[in-house]
Design a binder for this molecule. Sequence first.
Ligand code: BT5
Length: 258
Amino acid sequence: MDKKKLQAALKHLPLGGLRYDEQVGSTNDIALAWANEKSIADYSLVLANEQTAGRGRDGRKWQTPADSALALSLILLPNSDEKKNLALFTALGAVALVATLKTNYAINAEIKWPNDVLIEGKKIAGILVEANWLGDQPKAVVLGMGINIRPRAVPPAEMLNFPATSLDDAVGTSTRRLDVLAGLLSQIIAWRPRLGTDKMVSVWDGHLAYKGQQVEVRVRDGQVIHGRVLGINPDGSLRLDTVPSIHFGDVHLRPSRV
Ligand code: BT5
């Protein structure tokens, strides 16, 4: 990625800072370290062309081969309201990406609760939100997003626990990474003041994958909950017909093979 073109594409956005590297381990790691600095500003962005140790949840790996994807970590300094429910930042990333795909590419994407964006049932993006804590208070939130743009960003099937796709495959032509990035950041900035509002929850709910379908959700202790997806609750938890609210954490949702 050309740094000058990158700066030009983002110059209209109120970013607090920008770090771009050709190759990093994980942009989230860089962002978490950067966020510890006293001078850190809201909307500071870490971006890389390639990740060699990209992270998913629960120790899983996220693949970002060179020249093929977006790997970004946006540092957000939460206000007192935002601090109350950090899980909503995952939804912020998902809702913003869904809005970008709709506005820029007329694609109707879906959100697989809690942290994946799907196009036609295949994962195009994963989201990993982490935070720096000062005592029991989150000081900075890192919104990490990995988005497959070129088909070669998609790992071989044997490395995947869920089918995956890329934006170029979905659109049928070659898209521009910088357009996606600038669109996404604008949407994040536009949606952030509505974090956790009825409006945001209803858009999230409106794009929820597997609505009305039977799913299984594996929760932290290995227990599997079966039920039909009813929707998103106001606090961002998932509502099934069998369980009124399943909260964020280490959860895995799959369509049932029935
Ligand atoms: C996620 O985890 O989906 C969150 C991924 C977040 C990645 C971003 S990239 C920028 C920032 N820096 C980081 O280090 N991380 C964030 P999870 O739900 O645990 O899914 C991980 C699983 O997705 C893996 O075990 C693979 O099966 C699959 N996977 C790995 N790379 C993929 C890719 N490029 N596309 C689709 N699926 C992938």
